[in-house]
Design a protein around this ligand. Structure first.
Ligand SMILES: C[S@@+](CC[C@H](N)C(=O)[O-])C[C@H]1O[C@@H](n2cnc3c(N)ncnc32)[C@H](O)[C@@H]1O
Length: 256
């Protein structure tokens, strides 16, 4: 009974995540949702700015604190270990839903591209970003990142084994393709409003901090990560032939 409940909980958390992810595409891109990030301003600028920065800080805190190994060790004394990742996924989605709900558009145009080719290219870059995010989750292990693998294994009575370190496809070109995807998704827009710019700047700063925290944990957990870090750039691909040689050194899938 308990196993079944945990499985159901994991599936429900995943469903909430997936709906939130789809909503986020419309919220950032400005289509298909009742209120997007770039809707007209309805609050005074300082108040709107304070609310938005608070919402972003709430998400950043939840997302980074709950991802740290020390927090997970303490937290799994309270909740079942197999439900930890699903709970993380659920609370991340809740933080985003609160952000969508309370977000205050600021108005103001920073740039506006009217040229058709430019607009198509920017929309293509936006779509590429979201696709890269999704594809990267599958390259690492989509079902583990969002907690489904953990609840399924407990349901089948099998022990959880952490994911091995992997460098598939884009992970041989940059260490953080998923975060590169976010940059495309957040910066590529034909109409950059002040709201959108604040969002893009703040999320960029947060991702750079999150990379430091994530890499600190990866260096602690994986002996091979230090060499990978020396060989493969963080976010911007190298163009030289030498770097391509280095990338092929990571073409295999070293075990953890
Ligand atoms: C949201 S994913 C982001 C992965 C990566 N930073 C990126 O931008 O593509 C974060 C999780 O991926 C794991 N991770 C990061 N790089 C990895 C790799 N090369 N192989 C396996 N897991 C990895 C981290 O330990 C963390 O649990």
């Amino acid at each position: 009974m308990k196993r079944r409940l945990i499985l159901l909980y994991g599936v429900a958390c995943y469903a909430v995540f997936f709906a939130t992810f789809l909503y986020a595409i419309g919220f950032v891109g400005g289509f298909g949702v009742p209120k997007s990030m770039d809707s007209p301003r309805d609050t005074s600028l300082p108040v709107a700015l304070a609310i938005n920065l608070g919402l972003l800080a709430l998400f950043a805190l939840q997302h980074s604190v709950m991802a740290r190994p020390a927090f997970k060790r303490a937290w799994t004394r309270v909740i079942p270990e197999s439900a930890e990742r699903s709970t993380y996924t659920l609370l991340s989605s809740v933080a985003l839903i609160v952000l969508f709900w309370l977000w205050r558009p600021l108005g103001g145009i920073v740039w506006h591209v009217e040229n058709e080719v430019g607009r198509v290219l920017l929309y293509a870059a936006f779509a590429f970003g979201w696709a890269l995010v999704l594809v990267s989750t599958f390259l690492i292990n989509h079902f583990d990142l969002f907690g489904l693998r953990q609840v399924w294994l407990q349901f089948r009575g099998r022990p959880y084994r952490p994911l091995p370190f992997k460098t598939p496809g884009p992970y041989r070109i940059v260490r953080h393709p998923l975060y590169v995807g976010w940059f495309f998704a957040f910066w590529a827009t034909p109409t950059m409003t002040v709201t959108h710019l604040v969002f893009a700047l703040m999320t960029t700063a947060y991702i750079l901090i999150a990379i430091r925290l994530e890499e600190r944990d990866l260096l602690d957990a994986l002996p091979e990560y230090a060499q990978y870090r020396r060989d493969v750039p963080m976010l911007v691909p190298r163009t030289s032939r030498a770097s391509r040689g280095v990338a092929t050194r990571h073409a295999g899938t070293p075990a953890q």
